[in-house]
Design a binder for this molecule. Structure first.
Ligand SMILES: *Cc1c(COP(=O)(O)O)cnc(C)c1O
Length: 507
């Protein structure tokens, strides 16, 4: 079917219109507004006045409106269709959250307003803290980190501060153990803080190899960073034993909580011996992300680390809430002001509208959907850890069944675009050859999962029948890109025609 590709005269296809850059649409003299004539004034710029034009394009208003409307239609998001990116938790964001986040009392306040005038907002922050502490079983939470990666930085800074407070300067106390399957932000965070990253191998069950892990603890460590459920989509069942071993070795246990949606309402990280964990509000508790808006990565702390949490803290005095900046606090601020207020409103709206029973159902449905996908795709794609028990919230496949066909994981991902499906996460986690990590989330219906699996089974069948998918996508506005060149030499600056001699590759 894909070999019938007709070029159109215009380059447009169907109602899909090619859109040049706004600078390329410059039509000198065209204007959307009438400017008043500027009176001549004495030069007050000390001779620094600009002499040439500033180079903005001239366009009529309808041209501008069409340009931005067309750009907006090129966006693919969770509101357009299934968004199966594993590890990212792209799920439906209830509109109720948006409605509440836009209430003027939350949307229009300023962080420099007197505290007495933002009591409601502070109360909301404190209520969100209360929910997060209850769900995680942890005694302390810092709301300010602006994303998951920023939360990791916050948690690991607290750990470093706690270690420094103990006054142990040994080289062993600079080692941080991170599994091979970890999200890249884990080793990056540890390395950015000057820790030495030591990788923990996985065993055949897609979990931490305990014997090798325990050997790595010899001589002491600063911390271990684990994700649970991990990025292979399985629960680390030895987590209590891991936590005890880490504590016995004098280290701290950081947990990457990006996958909390798989266990929320069922397992409390505090009961697992975790010392610090970030929660991606924008993954677990809805709210748009991935280009759709800012994130928020609050960090919960155990008793052992609570004293090293960042400021500000919300305290109540004489019935008034205020933000306390403790002088001489071990760890200062993670950012200016008080965090992503809009995300806090959305997350609390999500939490309160689900209630504790609803949240329990969220994790149950997320896990059910992932296991449903695993079963429906059995025989079409191979699942490397299927023998190790049921998956959690994501379904991990590898390219074993494709190997003889010559079709790669990338080919499958590109062929999905032709089918109107956003590809899943590919080639991650790195420990699995040709990995395809699919996270359906609890908000996809059974009909939507059936459609997805029918298409995926069809693609696998075609691949095995010898179809060349290496040219896909055929129907997308752009075909295969030179991804290496795009990454190494990104062109991020438009240059006026005739200016091409100034070949500035990106920056
Ligand atoms: C998304 C994710 C992160 C990073 O979170 P951001 O909010 O994108 O910074 C870290 N670890 C895992 C496992 C993730 O899925």
């Amino acid at each position: 079917m894909t070999d019938v590709f007709h070029d159109t005269i215009s380059g447009d296809r169907g109602l899909h219109i090619e859109e040049p850059l706004i600078f390329e649409q410059d039509s000198p003299g065209a204007l959307g507004v009438d400017w008043p004539q500027v009176e001549a004034r004495p030069d007050r710029l000390g001779g620094l006045a600009r002499e040439g034009a500033i180079g903005l394009p001239s366009l009529a208003e309808p041209t501008v409106v069409r340009h931005y409307t067309r750009l907006s239609q090129k966006n693919y998001g969770i509101d357009t269709g299934l968004f199966p990116l594993g590890s990212c938790t792209m799920k439906h964001n209830p509109r109720l959250n948006e409605r509440l986040a836009r209430l003027p009392g939350f949307a229009d306040i300023h962080p420099l307003q007197p505290e007495s005038s933002v009591q409601g907002a502070l109360r909301l922050c404190r209520e969100l803290q209360r929910w997060l502490m209850a769900l995680t079983g942890m005694p302390c939470v810092a709301l300010t980190p602006g994303a998951g990666a920023h939360g990791e930085l916050c948690g690991m800074m607290a750990i470093r501060t706690a270690l420094d407070a103990r006054g142990e300067e040994s080289a062993a106390r600079r080692r941080v153990l991170v599994p091979d399957s970890a999200h890249g932000t884990n080793p990056a965070t540890a390395a950015a803080l000057g820790f030495q990253v030591v990788s923990i191998p996985e065993d055949a069950r897609g979990r931490v190899d305990l014997a090798r892990f325990e050997a790595l603890l010899e001589g002491g460590i600063a911390a271990v960073m684990l994700t649970n459920p991990n990025t292979c989509g399985v629960f680390e069942n030895d987590i209590r034993r891991i936590a005890d071993a880490v504590h016995e070795a004098g280290g701290y246990f950081y947990c990457d909580g990006a996958n909390f949606n798989a266990i929320v309402g069922r397992v409390r990280p505090g009961d697992l011996g975790i010392d610090a964990m970030h929660i991606n509000l924008h993954k677990t508790f809805s709210t748009p992300h991935g280009g759709g808006g800012p994130g928020a990565g609050p960090v919960v702390f155990s008793e052992a680390l609570a004293a090293y949490a960042p400021v500000p803290r919300i305290v109540e005095e004489d019935g008034l809430l205020r933000l306390e900046e403790i002088n001489g606090a071990a760890l200062g601020r993670m950012k200016a002001f008080h965090g992503q207020m809009g995300m806090f409103v959305r997350a609390l709206a999500y939490l309160m509208s689900h209630g504790s029973d609803g949240l329990r159902q969220v994790s149950g449905d997320a896990v059910l959907n992932a296991n449903y996908l695993l079963r429906r795709l059995e025989g079409a794609f191979s699942a490397p850890f299927a023998h190790a028990g049921p998956a959690m919230h994501e379904a991990l496949f590898d390219d074993r069944l494709l190997r003889d066909s010559g079709v790669t994981t990338l080919d499958i991902a590109k062929a999905m675009i032709d089918e109107g499906l956003h590809p899943m996460t590919v080639y991650f986690p790195l420990v699995v050859h040709g990995a395809m990590l699919v996270e359906p989330t609890e908000t996809e219906t059974r009909a939507s999962l059936d459609r997805f699996t029918a298409i995926m089974r069809g693609l696998a069948k075609r691949a095995k029948a010898g179809a060349a998918l290496s040219e896909a996508p055929h129907h997308a506005p752009r075909r295969r890109l030179d991804e290496t060149r795009a990454a190494r030499r990104p062109v991020l600056r438009w240059q006026p025609p005739g200016d091409a001699k100034r070949d500035v590759p990106g920056v």
